[in-house]
Design a protein. Structure first.
Ligand code: GLU
Length: 315
């Protein structure tokens, strides 16, 4: 099977130092594996998207010499596919409508003695699993507990069995950089949203459907997304889709130690000086500095060799 990797930016603003690290890491991994590299514009959440950001990101990538092997895929044009996947899950009894508002959820959790704490995610209490009781459907959720505990035995190849498994106590998977990972998705995350109350598709569902559609074999992205991976592995399995290999790359942190992000006003990379921006991204990835005067092509080639030595890309 040939290697296919991807970079999947949300067009909420231009590329900044942090998103360039994810772009460069995924490009280097594809290049080091003689694979293909695709770009997917994750514009499933229009209220968060910024006009012109997708075009700017593509221009910034091009200025950095990171050229996708196919025209980019836009998630906003793929809603029929997300609907089909949701229909499949519903037919399999693995997705259900939910009528709960945030206030309903808080009240149900409080009734169980689970007080609201800032920044602590509490699993959905499962109120609508047994039906809506006449209330109007708002969102649609994945039946995590049911799938995690009663997963029908699926034929998995030996290769994938070595890199992930699903059992009653959760999902285990092997990250190429972070090593062995485990999350009890049912206990820690619960029944997560597939389609939101505002009718928009969740990141989890869209990313799983599109990674499969594009034939992605290797996902390289920022470490902040690590704890989404077990949810995505569950969805892949529930939809009968293959599970790619994962590598979560280091994050760029601001002076306050927080992840650099568009929401926190990270400045756009300066695409008029692409080698400086690439050099900084390479440094975050633990790659050597390019010699003074190296061209962009020479720098990228040097970093791809160094990348291959560090991360030993799987065939
Ligand atoms: N669109 C997501 C982001 O910009 C990345 C999704 C992914 O790589 O899986 O944070």
């Amino acid at each position: 099977m040939g290697y296919i990797g991807r970079f999947a930016p949300s067009p909420t603003g231009p590329l900044h130092a942090g998103s360039l690290v994810a772009a460069l890491a995924s490009w280097l991994d594809a290049r080091a594996s003689s694979g293909r590299w695709l770009v997917r514009i994750e514009d499933v959440d229009p209220p968060r998207c910024q006009a012109g950001a997708a075009e700017r990101i593509l221009a910034q990538l091009a200025a950095c010499g990171l050229h996708p092997d196919e025209p980019p895929l836009y998630q906003s044009r793929r809603t029929d596919h997300y609907q089909q996947a949701l229909d499949t899950l519903r037919v399999r009894g693995l997705a259900y409508p939910c009528a709960c508002t945030r206030r309903d959820i808080d009240a149900a959790l409080a009734a169980r003695g689970l007080a609201h704490q800032r920044h602590v995610e509490r699993p959905y209490p499962g109120t609508c699993r047994a039906g809506l009781g006449g209330r109007a459907a708002r969102a649609c959720r994945f039946h995590t507990e049911k799938y995690q505990s009663n997963r029908p035995p699926a034929p998995t190849s030996q290769a994938s069995a070595a890199t992930f498994s699903i059992a009653t106590d959760g999902v285990r998977w092997l990250d190429r950089r972070l090593g062995a990972q485990h999350q009890d998705v049912a206990a820690q995350v619960g029944d997560f949203v597939l389609r939101r109350a505002d009718g928009l598709w969740s990141y989890q569902l869209a990313v799983v459907v599109d990674d499969a559609e594009q034939g992605i074999t290797h996902i390289v992205r920022g470490e902040d997304l690590t704890d989404n991976t077990p949810r995505q592995i569950l969805l892949q399995s529930a939809l009968g889709l293959p599970t790619p290999r994962y590598l979560h790359a280091p994050l760029v942190r601001g002076e306050d130690g927080e992840k650099l992000s568009k929401q926190h006003g990270a400045p756009a990379i300066d695409e008029t000086r692409p080698m400086a921006a690439l050099g900084q991204a390479a440094q975050v990835l633990g790659l050597p500095a390019a010699p003074p005067g190296a061209t962009q092509g020479e720098g990228l080639a040097l970093w791809a060799l160094a990348w291959a030595r560090i991360y030993n890309p799987a065939p």
